[in-house]
Design a protein around this ligand. Structure first.
Ligand SMILES: [Zn+2]
Ligand SMILES: [Zn+2]
Length: 277
């Protein structure tokens, strides 16, 4: 067998510095070469969790991931309990119409994706923003047409939280998108990412453990629009890392619509495991 320099170098690195799984901390031999991120050579519509996260997660932890699949609700994007049939509007969305047109997520907020998001958000592992952003990007190009979106807005953090964390994880996920669109020949998406439109007026309590009613009350009236002219009749894509009950996304959408936006859609990396009927 003929070994290239790259192979020999990889074997050398695997022996000296094996990769360490970001979830279970075990050592494993992962793919440490960044060829993956040569966007122009990758079919981004088909990119898999294994391909993107295989450098950071051991093979065992990689299996604890589930992609959002059809049949799902055409509005809220949650999966139906029954795994047969076509996508359609769920009973909940018919009964309580949402302020946004549709929400889509890449995967379920289970062990692998949830811990990866936590490592980025709470443990300053900012190197995860690029691979996770790529998964989010693939969900974007699989679910939206170029003419459908005019402005992309990351869900804002309160200034105090932003200062403490040092970065807005949602913006980190999308900051490379203009470059990736160009590299993948999708320039027809004239996407503008704008962080100067939507703001949080006050700090809210952490929503972990709250039910839907509490979340709605906690988030009510929290957001404000400061540049109304930028959103007049525009279709806006709101980005967040996780969609739980949808209370935050719905309040953002309500605020944007009240200030003259055209339509609001929502894209998140994960949503909680909530099967609908
Ligand atoms: Zn692991
Ligand atoms: Zn629904």
């Amino acid at each position: 067998m003929k070994l290239s320099f790259k192979h020999v170098y990889k074997i050398f690195l695997d022996v000296i510095f094996p990769s360490r799984c970001i979830i279970c901390r075990s050592f494993f031999n992962g793919d440490r070469f960044p060829d993956l991120f040569r966007i122009e050579k990758t079919d981004l519509t088909k990119i898999s969790f294994h391909e993107v996260m295989g450098r950071f997660l051991c093979p065992d932890c990689l299996h604890n991931f589930s992609k959002v699949e059809s049949p799902k609700c055409t509005v809220c994007g949650f999966m139906f309990k029954s795994r047969q049939g076509e996508d359609h509007v769920c009973g909940k969305c018919i009964k309580n119409p949402l302020k946004y047109r549709k929400a889509r997520a890449y995967g379920l907020y289970d062990r692998a994706l949830r811990t990866s998001i936590h490592r980025l958000k709470y443990h300053q592992k900012t190197y995860l923003a690029e691979p996770l952003g790529l998964l989010l990007f693939s969900t974007f190009i699989n679910n939206w047409k170029p003419e459908d979106i005019h402005v992309i807005i990351p869900t804002p953090l309160h200034n105090g939280r932003l200062k403490k964390r040092g970065f807005n994880q949602t913006f980190q996920l999308i900051k490379n998108w203009p470059e990736w669109l160009k590299e993948s020949g999708l320039d027809s998406f004239h996407v503008m990412i704008d962080q100067d439109i939507l703001f949080r007026k006050r700090k809210t309590k952490a929503q972990v453990g709250m039910g839907q009613k509490e979340r709605i009350a906690n988030i009510k009236g929290v957001f404000e629009v400061r540049n109304r002219a930028k959103i007049a009749s525009k279709n806006i894509l709101l980005i967040d890392d996780v969609l739980t009950t949808g209370a935050t996304a719905n309040e953002c959408a309500k605020t944007l619509l009240k200030n003259g936006a055209g339509n609001i859609d929502v894209l998140t990396l994960a949503h909680t495991e909530r099967h609908i009927i």
